[in-house]
Design a binder for this molecule. Structure first.
Ligand code: TA6
Length: 297
């Protein structure tokens, strides 16, 4: 934790019996929700959701056991926020992958207990944009990212809510909803392909940017006998990623044996679907995640 931070400074945000601000992994400050319907954590570092578990369910969000919690590195897992670009910066590859949002401390603005769950509001400013981000943890996980152009010239950005979903075995998981959708295949030189009429399954490193899609995705975790729905608004692209064996081994903050335990379904405006805002203009993205029992397959 940075020297000038103390947990006590956030005590005013506590909601007795359901929400507190505590020292999390590495002493990093996090908002902790423990209610009748769910539990969860959101770190102030990157405003990163790092845990959400509806009561009676297994954890839905995956975080690596090797994640680094030093207030500098991005948390490996959870819901990192990629902004104002996605992946390597196209004009300067020396800049941080996925931009600045996921590796900076966001301001905790407010907390509220609502009829759909505990709402936690964050804000930050990045390169002429103001970002407001609200996470609501209840029987569903609802995230809203609002981006406003605060400069007097038009600006273009990319964004992603880069959600890591826990699965019992990615080799037996599938993602439906993106059938017949065009995608850029990042493991094949960004070749443009079409998904065709079958759901996405995982047999190798999978890194695909599905463009021009507002579809709800359905993650079927056959091994875990669970179905997770990922519904969105304001987002025109969806990224699906699993690193598989070699890429997982190359990531120092991911256990070599962890790649079967997650897949990413990311709620994006990237590549063909990056966003240009006029001065003062805003764009809102929402994602709503729900869980239901699923037959094993
Ligand atoms: O969203 C998929 C992706 O762009 C992959 O290419 C992979 O790089 C992943 O993000 C994780 O990126 P990170 O910078 O967190 O290692």
């Amino acid at each position: 934790m940075q020297e000038n931070q103390s947990i006590e400074q956030w005590s005013a945000f506590a909601i007795p019996g359901v929400l507190s601000v505590e020292a999390g992994e590495g002493g990093q400050p996090r908002v902790a929700v423990k209610s009748d319907v769910c539990e969860g954590h959101v770190y102030l570092h990157g405003a990163t959701v790092a845990h959400w578990q509806p009561r009676g369910e297994k954890p839905v969000i995956f975080v690596s056991r090797s994640s680094i919690y030093d207030g500098v590195h991005a948390i490996r897992g959870g819901v990192p926020i990629c902004f104002p670009w996605f992946g390597p910066n196209e004009s300067d590859p020396s800049l941080p992958s996925h931009g600045y949002a996921r590796t900076k401390a966001w301001e905790l603005v407010g907390t509220r207990d609502t009829d759909t769950g505990c709402s936690i509001a964050f804000a930050t400013d990045i390169e002429g944009f103001h970002l407001d981000y609200t996470v609501t943890m209840g029987q569903k996980l609802h995230m809203v990212l609002n981006v406003t152009n605060t400069r007097d010239v038009e600006q273009t950005y990319e964004s992603a809510l880069h959600t890591y979903f826990h699965v019992d075995d990615v080799k037996r998981a599938s993602v439906s909803g993106l059938e017949n959708t065009e995608y850029l295949d990042k493991v094949d030189g960004d070749a443009r392909k079409n998904q065709g009429n079958k759901p996405i399954t995982f047999t190798q490193e999978t890194d695909r940017v599905y463009v021009d899609t507002q579809a709800t995705c359905v993650l079927t975790d056959a091994a875990g006998k669970r179905v997770v729905t990922v519904a969105k608004t304001g987002s025109d692209a969806t990224v699906v990623w699993n690193p598989w064996i070699d890429k997982a081994a190359a990531l120092g903050d991911l256990g070599d044996d962890e790649w079967p335990a997650f897949c990413c379904i990311e709620t994006c405006n990237v590549k063909d679907n990056r966003v240009t805002l006029m001065p003062g203009g805003s764009r809102e993205v929402t994602v709503t995640i729900g869980v239901s029992e699923g037959a094993g397959g």
